[in-house]
Design a protein around this ligand. Structure first.
Ligand code: SF4
Length: 464
């Protein structure tokens, strides 16, 4: 009987994509997917350390697995991968005797071998080395977890060293994947039924193909756009300072590129942005938003915000509120600052905004944002929007959900066999986070076949 694996992932889309790669490697090595930790021979905890909360989940989960091991069942091999593994290395073995394998972000291909060695010898295995710049991954091995959309990494790592960010320390310096490999991944994703492609990179719009000097990010979008069967293209996350007029024109002119930009700003204050080492000002950001909106009036914007970064004054926080109101985001990911190991801020800037004040500020920001998105979504009532159906509601199987090109979540009654279709939905009512509607009269709802998901369990959806 084949061994079984379970992968639990915390963190960003990049982490979920790594989980798909590990699932493929394990299945190639003869493992089958487990339904739960109780019947798994190998439990992989794929960690994130971008936020303290995501890191805490690892230790909570290890405590739960310890209880399982004490229940008289054979203990599974436990592997910790991802950013916390890269950051902590052997120290993880000291924190929990349950950990058998610690694997860094650039060593995923070693997982089957180290898991087997740990199982045979019952001796911990650690590999957090960063020996070479290999960003290749064998075609067709990955087990994609989403039946409708495919994540495709185009850049690994980051060179920007924003003061709060742990990514350059855990994922290494910026490395570009070959254009030929990216396009092969996209073709494979389409051939296995995926309708939407999401290009991933820490600064996705910094892309320059190592195998084609004429191919920058707008040119890559054009190349992906030409592949038959690609219905929608998204990308995350672009950095404001690399949003050229060519990129804006590509988003405007390529019909299958979604009219949605996740444009991280982090703060609305120029002085704060300088302390964060973001390399753009409030004024430059607002000017960019103005140029994007002038070119693409129907674009929907989202962003990342941090409150309570070291030294944040009331006036700087007010700048964040006023920028949020001025831009009118359709959604934001907002976080209270927490010190991350090794970062510039952790080394040089005292975490001096009291916790209660951080809480007051994030509540104020989220209240403001809730009002903005409630108003924006209310404006869609009465419209008919194209929705790529991506799943059923967790509460009611007959309630489907999907997203518009602008990334609005739309719920509507229907048949689960419609997953994977793009349908016109008439919006009837709205809430602060999503809208509800009905398939427009006369729409063709013939059912396509879509693949089932993999054993990759999903938790959060935070972005860097
Ligand atoms: S916030 Fe983004 S751009 Fe800045 S260091 Fe982190 S990954 Fe790089």
């Amino acid at each position: 009987m084949s061994k079984k694996y379970l992968i639990e992932t915390f963190g960003c889309q990049m982490n979920f994509h790594d989980a798909e790669r590990m699932a493929g490697l394990l299945e190639q090595a003869g493992y089958a997917r487990a339904e739960s930790d109780a019947d798994a021979d190998l439990v992989v905890i794929n960690t994130c350390s971008v936020r303290e909360r995501a890191e805490d989940k690892l230790y909570t989960r290890l405590g739960e697995l310890r209880a399982l091991a004490q229940d008289g069942r054979p203990a599974p091999v436990v592997a910790v991968t991802g950013c916390v593994a890269q950051q902590e290395g052997e120290a993880l073995l000291k924190r929990s005797a349950l950990v058998d394998v610690v694997l860094g972000t650039q060593r995923l291909k070693m997982l089957p071998m180290l898991a087997a060695e740990a199982a045979e010898r019952r001796a911990p295995q650690v590999d957090i080395s960063t020996p070479y710049d290999d960003v290749s991954f064998p075609l067709g091995v990955m087990r994609r977890s989403d039946p409708v959309r495919a994540w495709v990494t185009i850049i690994e790592g980051c060179n920007d060293f924003c003061a709060f960010c742990v990514v350059p320390y855990t994922r290494g310096h910026e490395r570009m994947r070959a254009k030929a490999d990216i396009l092969a991944d996209v073709r494979e994703a389409v051939a296995t039924g995926r309708r939407e492609v999401q290009l991933l990179g820490q600064i996705v719009n910094h892309y320059q193909a190592p195998d084609d000097e004429r191919c920058d990010f707008p040119a890559l979008l054009e190349a992906v756009h030409e592949i038959p069967g690609v219905e929608r293209i998204r990308f995350a996350s672009p950095h404001p300072r690399h949003c050229s007029d060519r990129l804006i024109a590509a988003v405007r002119d390529l019909p299958r590129v979604c009219k949605h930009l996740h444009l991280p700003v982090q703060s609305g204050s120029t002085t704060m942005l300088a302390r964060m080492r973001r390399r753009h000002t409030r004024e430059q950001y607002l000017d960019l938003v103005g140029r994007i909106r002038a070119a693409i009036p129907n674009i929907q914007l989202s962003t990342d915000m941090i409150v309570g970064f070291p030294g944040e004054t009331e006036a700087e926080f007010e700048d964040t509120l006023s920028l949020t109101a001025a831009v009118g985001y359709h959604s934001i990911f907002s976080f209270k600052y927490s010190e991350r190991p090794n970062t510039l801020a952790a080394r040089r800037l005292p975490d001096d905004v009291p916790e209660a004040e951080k809480t007051r500020r994030i509540v104020a920001l989220q209240q403001l944002q809730r009002g903005i998105q409630t108003r924006l979504l209310a404006g869609t009532v009465g419209q008919t929007v194209d929705v790529l159906v991506d799943g059923s509601s967790r509460r009611r199987a007959w309630e489907l959900s999907g997203r518009t090109g602008g990334n609005t979540v739309v719920n509507f009654p229907g048949d689960p066999s419609w997953v994977g279709r793009t349908l016109p939905v008439a919006v009837k009512r709205s809430g602060p986070h999503s809208v509800w509607g009905e398939v427009a009269a006369g729409a063709d709802v013939g059912a396509p076949a879509v693949e089932a998901g993999t054993g990759v369990s999903e938790e959060a959806g935070e972005r860097c």
